[in-house]
Every structure is written in structure tokens, then in C-alpha cells.
Design a protein around this ligand. Structure first.
Ligand code: SF4
Ligand code: SF4
Length: 420
């Protein structure tokens, strides 16, 4: 299906201007401005699609300040496809010819173009960053004040301590017969280097639960970041490569809710329908296939639960993390702030719209110090990093991990599972 102005016009016509989405919209809640609300943005897109409005800098400012968190879609009784309409507008409506990109925006676009599609380059970056962290260079750079540019300081503060990368090859082998079908694990672009613990836990749990896990070697980035940054040619190119890489896999499992949301959206693209039908989120898959009699080890602790927008508003599985972690005896969960609202990470939004992103994340952390919580779980790596950086700035000692990583840690040592 090709993107057309008619599709934007059709989608925006679905909006009956009831305003029921306004209380759910973070940017409207912060600004109180109609132009910063879903209803206002839809009216702007409609005006542009029918030729009544020019794509002025102000027009794009209102569209770009949207987090694409999709809370408005969840609230909308008329089922307006807001995110799809925003994506189409960003794809086909013209931007002012003299539009200026910030240095961070230019750097981000360069990284998206030159890094994300190339796993070997991401691997080299991972190696360099591990050296940077372990050799003492990071501490030196911080104490010598090398990060004069605030955005670079922010990136450095968000950089987690990198653990051993996730590589195909060291694979858990179950000695019990596989009772479940083969599943292909979606590893994404950077998770093998930056979120390797989650991938190891995912592979281990799926194998333990009787799935035969494969890692299609030709898979690429899901395309969420290129799409968010307006690079639709690259997003489509990655989509085509993933359609081929997973062509023969009956089930594609992902642990990152942001990637899962993007893979589900492949259904809007040529050839993407059959693909999206095969995509499963690991948390719901584990819940459905929980082995009889399996009880995790007890953990007497209260931890924070952060609910990513992609999990709540796109996968529509807001209770999956709670249900999964309730299997751990003794564990109590409390929400991190108001889980109905976005934390402000939103892809690269926390870099391009720092003050809004900070307001949103700080609202989540405001009561955290009173709770004494030192661990948060989140099924979205980007949200986790954003929360971690904001907590560090407040002097809070916080650990953020994926629910499946915590679950894997609490499982009794497997008697039927070895690493090859
Ligand atoms: S996607 Fe989020 S920020 Fe954007 S209009 Fe909808 S609710 Fe508001
Ligand atoms: S809830 Fe839906 S129909 Fe109502 S104003 Fe918002 S987008 Fe339009």
C-alpha cells in the first residue's frame, strides 16, 4: 500500500473531535495547548493533506514534539490510526527547504544511516565502548570534563556498563525433548552489544520452556529508529531484509517491546502482512507456555515496574510483565510513577526534545527515593537507559533490567540445560 495524501485525509476524517484523547496525551498535559494534542495534530495533518495548510516550521514543530507514544490511540473510541497518520505525514508532506538540523540531530541521522544497517560496525562500536569503559578512559574523560557538549555528556551518562556481547554459537542445549515449535529470536541491531543480558535470558528461557531457538543470521534492525527520524527509505530497506531473513520461520519472538511494535507495523507495508502475524512478544509467549510445576526461587523484594508505551499501546499487553513476575514468590511490584504516561525516552526524542523528556522522566522518579526501591524492570531498553540516567542525576543508585532477565536469574538451576 503506497502512502498517499488521500490516506492521511481519510484517517484524519475519522477523528470526531471528541477530545477523549486529551487527558492521555503527555504533551497536551504539559503544555495545555490544542496544537500539542492528538486532536490538534490531526487537524494540522488534515489541513496539510487537503492543501489548506503549508508545512511551515511551526507546523513541523507541533508534529515533531509528538512522542508517538500512541496513548491517544488507546484512548480513542473512534479508533483513529494516529501513529500511522503521523508516519505518513512525516514521510510525504514536504518540510521547509531551509530546515536546520541541530548538531545532535545530524549526528543521530549519521549514526542511523551509517551504523544501524551494518552489524559488523555495531560490533566494532561495542568493542570500542567496552575498552573505553574498562580501560579507565571513561572516568578520565568525565573527570577532565571532556564532555563540554551537554548532549554528549548525556549520551555518556546513559551508557550502561556493557557486559559480554551476545553471539550466535554459545547456545543453550536442552536435553529434554522440545515440546514447543521452533522460534526465531529477533536480536535487533544493537542489543547483541548493548542489551546482551536480555538476549541471553530470552534464549535460555525459551529453550528451558521447550522451544527450539534459532538466530537467523541475516536479520537486521527493525527500522524503528530510521522511521522515527524520517528516514523511510532505510526503514523499508531493513524491512525487506527482515522479510527475507525470517521467510521460513513460523514464529518470530522479540523481547524488546519497541522492536515488537515496529515489526507489527510491517503489516502496513507490501509483503509485511504475513510477517506481522508471526511476531510474538516473549513475555506473553512465556506466560502461555509456562511448564507445569516450574516455580522460580523466592525473592523477598519490592521493585519498580515501568510499563513502556509500546507494550501498553501497541502490543496491548499491559499486564504481561506483572503476570510473569508474579510467578516469583515473595516479589512485590509497584509502578514507577504513572504508568499511563510515556517516560520521554521515545526513540531519539530524549535527545532532540530534552526538556520535555526530562519533565516526563522526572515526574516518574519523583516518589522513587521515598519508596527505597533500587531495582526497576522495563521491557524496553531505551526507556530503561533514560530512567537510569535520570536516576543517576538525582544520585539514586538504581539497577534497571528486563523482566525476563530477572525471571531467568530466579529459575532454579536447570538439570536439563547446558551451554554449548
Ligand atoms: S502519540 Fe502520544 S504525544 Fe503524540 S499525540 Fe498521541 S498521546 Fe500525544
Ligand atoms: S479521541 Fe479520537 S476521535 Fe476523539 S478527538 Fe481524540 S483522536 Fe479524535
Amino acid at each position: 500500500m503506497e502512502a498517499t495524501l488521500a490516506e492521511i485525509a481519510r484517517n484524519t476524517e475519522q477523528c470526531v473531535k471528541c477530545g477523549l484523547c486529551l487527558p492521555a496525551c503527555p504533551t497536551y498535559q504539559l503544555s495545555g495547548s490544542e496544537a500539542e494534542s492528538p486532536r490538534g495534530r490531526l487537524a494540522l495533518m488534515q489541513g496539510a493533506a487537503v492543501g489548506a495548510l503549508e508545512g511551515s516550521p511551526r507546523f513541523w514543530q507541533h508534529l515533531d514534539s509528538c512522542l508517538d507514544c500512541r496513548a491517544c490511540e488507546t484512548a480513542c473510541p473512534s479508533k483513529v490510526p494516529y501513529s500511522r497518520t503521523l508516519e505518513l505525514s512525516r514521510r510525504i508532506l514536504l518540510r521547509p527547504a531551509d530546515e536546520q538540523k541541530t548538531p545532535v540531530g545530524r549526528l543521530g541521522n549519521l549514526a542511523i544511516r551509517r551504523l544501524l544497517p551494518y552489524p559488523d560496525r555495531i560490533r566494532r562500536i561495542g568493542q570500542l565502548l567496552r575498552f573505553y569503559q574498562r580501560s579507565g578512559l571513561q572516568r578520565l574523560a568525565q573527570t577532565m570534563g571532556f564532555f563540554g557538549i551537554q548532549s554528549l555528556r548525556r549520551l555518556d551518562a546513559e551508557l550502561p556498563r556493557l557486559s559480554t556481547p551476545f553471539r550466535a554459537g554459545a547456545k543453550p542445549v536442552s536435553h529434554s525433548p522440545n515440546s514447543n515449535p521452533a522460534v526465531a529470536l529477533f536480536t535487533g541491531c544493537a542489543a547483541t552489544e548493548f542489551d546482551s543480558d536480555t538476549l541471553r535470558a530470552s534464549e535460555m528461557l525459551l529453550t528451558r520452556f521447550g522451544f527450539n531457538v534459532t538466530l537467523p543470521p541475516q536479520q537486521r534492525c527493525c527500522g524503528a529508529l530510521p522511521r522515527h527520524s524520517g528516514n523511510h527509505t532505510l526503514a523499508r530497506d531493513l524491512l525487506r531484509q527482515n522479510l527475507q531473513a525470517f521467510a521460513d520461520d513460523p514464529l518470530i519472538v522479540t523481547s524488546a517491546t519497541g522492536c515488537a511494535a515496529q515489526l507489527l507495523d510491517y503489516r502496513h507495508e507490501p509483503g509485511g502482512d504475513g510477517f506481522s502475524d508471526r511476531v510474538r512478544d516473549i513475555q506473553t509467549l512465556l506466560l502461555e507456555s509456562w511448564p507445569e510445576g516450574l516455580v522460580p526461587q523466592r525473592l523477598d523484594r519490592t521493585i519498580g515496574l515501568h510499563l513502556p508505551c509500546s507494550q501498553r499501546n501497541v502490543l496491548h499487553t499491559p499486564d504481561a510483565s506483572t503476570q510473569l513476575l508474579r510467578r516469583i514468590p515473595g516479589l512485590s511490584l509497584i509502578p514507577v510513577g504513572d504508568n499511563r504516561f510515556c517516560c520521554g525516552a521515545a526513540g531519539s526524542y530524549h535527545l532532540s526534545h530534552r526538556s520535555t523528556a526530562d519533565e516526563l522522566v522526572n515526574a516518574k522518579l519523583d516518589n522513587l527515593s521515598e519508596t527505597g526501591i533500587t531495582m526497576i524492570v522495563s521491557a524496553n531498553y531505551g526507556c530503561g537507559l533514560h530512567l537510569l540516567r535520570a536516576a543517576k542525576e538525582r544520585g539514586l543508585d538504581l539497577q534497571v533490567l528486563h523482566p525476563v532477565t530477572l525471571l531467568a536469574r530466579q529459575l532454579p538451576a536447570p538439570t536439563d540445560l547446558n551451554y554449548r
